[in-house]
Design a protein around this ligand. Structure first.
Ligand code: 13P
Length: 255
């Protein structure tokens, strides 16, 4: 059985004071289980968040990393440094990194391999732009991104992978994907992993939906057995709203 995974991608938001406030407020709400809740703060907050995640039973994730373990790479952060800070997950290939920082499929592939080598679990983001969607290329784009991310991996690694389907046009727009469309893409991805590896491997891969997730729409996505959770941006910044997302998402799983 796949354990649902709901992750907060804080992007470039929050100070240390705001981080403490978030965890204090978040700890006030009861959390239904079983679920993995992952908080992905900006790098400078990882050490503080590591302490706070540990006391709250939460997982810690980073938003990016470089693929080399050490060396002359000014401004970059290695997988070993992340492990040293007790990070367990790392977001790789977010569309903001692909679009604003020229992240390529080749870089995503290197990062995924380096993450596994350091015993970090990658959350690989895939998804089409509006233009790609309108020209009927959603599946082709996602297929290429997934193929690059899983190429050269062991089946034992792929089973642990998290894939976040985040249509680029749905991110930060307030316009989430239609749940049926998201489910179709999740099925497509799982079938692709099944063809590349095995049905058994495909059954273990967790697939999240991301893009304008809110307490009001999470149930639409998580009521599909194919969608194992969400990667949440803006709505994860407020502890009460993020808790409402977790409750609504898991509520529909239990029923
Ligand atoms: P929003 O939830 O703000 O649309 O962001 C989604 C996202 O990019 C998560 O990685």
């Amino acid at each position: 059985m796949r354990i649902p995974i709901i992750a907060a991608n804080w992007k470039m938001n929050k100070t240390s004071g705001e981080t403490r406030d978030f965890f204090t407020r978040f700890s006030e709400f009861p959390k239904p289980g079983p679920v993995e809740i992952v908080i992905c703060p900006p790098y400078p907050l990882l050490s503080l968040a590591a302490e706070l995640c540990q006391s709250g039973g939460l997982r810690l994730g980073a938003q990016n990393m470089y693929w080399e373990t050490a060396g002359a790479f000014t401004g970059e952060v290695s997988p070993l440094l992340l492990r040293d800070l007790e990070v367990q997950y790392v977001i790789v290939g977010h569309s903001e990194r692909r679009q604003t920082f020229a992240e390529t499929d080749q870089n995503v592939s290197r990062k995924v391999k380096a993450a596994f080598a350091a015993d970090l679990v990658p959350i690989v983001c895939v998804g089409e732009t509006l233009q790609q969607r309108q020209s009927g290329r959603t599946e082709a784009v996602v297929e290429e991104q997934v193929a690059a991310a899983v190429g050269g991996l062991d089946p034992s690694q792929v089973r642990r992978l998290v894939i976040a389907y985040e249509p680029v046009w749905a991110i930060g727009s307030g316009l989430p994907a239609n749940a049926g469309d998201a489910e179709r893409v999740a099925i497509f991805i799982r079938r692709q992993i099944g063809n590349l590896f095995s049905l058994k491997v495909a059954r273990d891969v967790r697939i999240q939906y991301g893009g304008s997730v809110k307490p009001e729409n999470i149930a639409d996505f998580m009521s599909s057995a194919e969608i194992d959770g969400a990667l949440v941006g803006g709505a994860s910044l407020d502890a009460a709203v993020f808790t409402a997302i977790i409750e609504a998402g898991l509520g529909v799983r239990a029923s």
